[in-house]
Design a protein around this ligand. Structure first.
Ligand SMILES: Nc1ncnc2c1ncn2[C@@H]1O[C@H](COP(=O)(O)OP(=O)(O)OP(=O)(O)O)[C@@H](O)[C@H]1O
Ligand SMILES: N[C@@H](CCO)C(=O)O
Length: 317
């Protein structure tokens, strides 16, 4: 579930009174998601998402994320904008939390993407990188390659509670990734978390890209590697239809292009992506009580992906 903060009807009506969006008809909490509190809000004029930012999103980063969404939407990318109130303000305070009223996008989020949907998602990622070529604000990647060793050390030997010898396995994998990490590939603004559940589709086509709260400035091909690692495997970490991963790459290359240097770096970038998601999932696993309302994501599914990329270095050729 992802409703950490309850929003009263009075608070919601007071919020909507600041906007030209009609009168409140109904509001209900959205169960999906783990980071923020999300409500589906219907007014007499339209449907919206109300997001209250919880623990992981730093309010100081919101201007970057909102400028990014405006920039992408202005260039025709299917991303939800935060609606400005009558005074032009996008970030409000609701029940003591920073909050935004956000455009509702049509479509459903995917749990088992098909190769055609993957091709559309790859194209959407490429189109997003193209539209961000002239986006000038920057934000360091707080979960980039330089953050993984400190995070590994914070998890420490507790990792072995998750799988035997996990600390030693990830330590050795990280030695390789740090040694071979590309330092001169093109960088730009990246989504950094384009999992199937952050993509909305109608039929075979992408209708929305959401959840930009890890967006940052980093290697563009790393975004492609993250996306491949998220789409080409099932929830247990077993590879799915090879057409899914191939079409993520093909769709991306057709929309933005992929240089031979970027393609050659994908195996190491993908192993880095596996370490990133394994470590953040492991941290949450070790620090979230098993009976908490939030569903913990399985770190071992990313160990399986890491092993698969090590065994299949030619998969991006
Ligand atoms: N702009 C939007 N338009 C339509 N549906 C949306 C929109 N934003 C969010 N949703 C719906 O709300 C659900 C939860 O949103 P989201 O994934 O952003 O949650 P979160 O808790 O912020 O992030 P996370 O996925 O990292 O847990 C999504 O799966 C999607 O169904
Ligand atoms: N997409 C991440 C969660 C952060 O939104 C994961 O699956 O581990």
């Amino acid at each position: 579930m992802a409703v950490y903060t309850h929003v009263s009807a009075e608070a919601l009506e007071a919020l909507l009174a600041r906007y030209d969006v009609g009168e409140l008809v109904s509001a209900k909490g959205i169960a999906e998601g783990v980071e923020n509190s999300n409500y589906l809000v219907d007014t007499t004029r339209a449907r919206f998402i109300l997001t209250l930012y919880e623990k992981r999103v730093d309010a100081g980063d919101l201007p970057f994320f909102l400028a990014l969404l405006d920039h992408l939407a202005e260039r025709g990318n299917p991303v939800p904008r935060a609606i400005p109130d009558r005074a032009g303000v996008q970030v409000q305070t609701v029940e003591g939390r920073p909050a935004c009223l956000i455009e509702f996008l049509p479509g459903v989020s995917l749990s088992h993407p098909t190769p055609r949907q993957a091709a559309s998602a790859g194209r959407a990622l490429g189109a997003m990188h193209a539209a961000l070529r002239d986006f000038t604000p920057t934000r360091p990647n707080g979960l980039g390659v330089d953050a993984w060793r400190p995070l590994l050390n914070r998890c420490s030997g507790d990792l072995d509670q998750i799988a035997p010898d996990l600390f030693a396995t990830i330590s050795a994998a990280l030695d390789d990734v740090e040694r071979d990490w590309p330092r001169s590939l093109p960088t730009g603004t990246i989504h950094a978390d384009l999992f199937p559940d952050n993509v909305l589709v109608r039929g075979d086509s992408v209708s929305g890209l959401i959840d930009f709260y890890f967006a940052c400035t980093d290697i563009r091909a790393y975004d492609l590697a993250v996306t491949h690692s998220a789409w080409a495997f099932d929830a247990t970490g077993a590879p799915v239809d090879a057409g899914v991963g191939a079409n993520i790459l093909g769709g991306y290359a057709s929309a933005f292009g992929l240089s031979s240097e970027e393609r050659a770096a994908l195996p190491i970038l993908a192993r880095g992506a596996c370490i990133r998601f394994l470590l953040t999932r492991a941290w949450d696993w070790l620090n979230t009580p098993a009976d908490a309302l939030v569903t913990r994501k399985d770190p071992v599914a990313y160990l399986r992906r890491l092993e698969w990329y090590r065994a299949n270095p030619g998969c991006f050729a």
